[in-house]
Write a protein that binds this ligand. Structure first.
Ligand SMILES: *[C@@H]1O[C@H](CO)[C@@H](O)[C@H](O)[C@H]1NC(C)=O
Length: 316
């Protein structure tokens, strides 16, 4: 047991967003609307993909997994944020804080791995169109998804266990709206060297390696299109890769903006704004990116509605 002025902290205070009290209601409604849009938009994608047999392809099954991950990812932070905006004492118990951190990492990393699986799928579809169905077999797809789950579970478990070893002293105020790993490390009063080393190594594994794999897939895709340039090939590549590339840019754009841009003088505010970008805005935009420009999704939506309309009119 350590002696002195250390005490065991049983809860943290989440300061939330840096907004004026008179704007709180406005932001509450805004975040509630964005959360509902995220859940409903992604749910629509999942239901559509499972109902329409023409969308039972690897690309759309991965997309459906990504949408599920988006729903879970935003549910880790936004409901607690909304709850704290309404409560007088925005506290979170110690165990709750670690649980939130665990699931936050789990779904963030899962998204990263699923984007790699989707990039690989596009690479096979464009570079080996004749072997596509044999290479991207249901067994391989399931293995890729299962591997993503196993890796991401282990990685976030490791981070959470390493965080649980640390002791927290007097300061229990988190200047953020969720239990973020780096913010928690700043509050710890024991040695955080191992934690920082693991963040460095595993951060490379879940951010840099997927980024390089996605980059390599697209480099191969572009070179294969340039080798035999045809208007039809280009249109096919753009229509199937465009949405995925937009989601990838959104995902890595926010990460690069957060970690690689020179830090502004008020870094806490900047960090909070970037965190809102990737916890609230990115999961909300993903279904729109896929559905607005995508003929397959639009077609499926039309077929489902036509089917329902016919069933409804037959019942009359
Ligand atoms: C996730 O992907 C796997 C493999 O393609 C698929 O079998 C499963 O139905 C997908 N899960 C969801 C929720 O779409």
């Amino acid at each position: 047991m350590k002696m002195g002025n250390q005490s065991i902290i049983s809860e943290f205070l989440l300061l939330g967003l840096p907004i004026e009290p008179d704007q709180r209601d406005l932001f509450y409604v805004l975040f509630l609307a964005m959360y509902l849009t995220t859940v409903l938009g992604n749910l629509l994608i999942i239901v559509l993909i499972h109902l329409d047999s023409q969308l039972h392809t690897p690309m759309y099954l991965f997309l459906s997994n990504l949408s599920l991950s988006d729903i879970c990812f935003s549910s880790v932070t936004i409901p607690k944020l909304l709850h704290n905006m309404q409560s007088q004492v925005p506290s979170i118990p110690y165990a709750g804080c670690l649980t939130q951190m665990y699931f936050f990492l789990l779904f963030a990393d899962l998204e990263s791995f699923l984007l790699v699986a989707m990039a690989y799928d596009r690479y096979v579809a464009i570079c080996f169109p004749l072997h596509y169905t044999t290479i991207m077999s249901p067994k391989l797809c399931l293995s890729l998804v299962a591997l993503s789950w196993v890796l991401t579970t282990l990685i976030s478990l490791l981070h959470t266990l390493l965080m649980a070893r640390l002791s927290f002293c007097a300061d229990n105020v988190i200047p953020h709206f969720f239990c973020d790993m780096s913010t928690l490390l700043k509050l710890a009063c024991s040695d955080i060297q191992i934690n920082e080393m693991m963040i460095f190594i595993l951060g490379g594994l879940v951010i840099i390696v997927p980024f390089l794999l996605i980059f390599a897939s697209y480099a191969r895709i572009v070179s294969s299109i340039l080798k035999v340039p045809s208007a039809r090939g280009m249109r096919k590549a753009f229509s199937t890769c465009g949405s995925h590339l937009s989601v990838v840019s959104l995902f890595y754009g926010t990460i690069i903006g957060l970690y690689l841009c020179p830090s502004a003088s008020n870094s806490t505010v900047k960090e909070t704004i970037m965190a809102v970008m990737y916890t609230v805005v990115t999961p909300m935009l993903n279904p729109f990116i896929y559905s607005l420009r995508n003929q397959d999704i639009k077609g499926a939506l039309q077929r489902i509605f036509t089917k329902w309309a016919i069933q409804f009119s037959l019942r009359q």
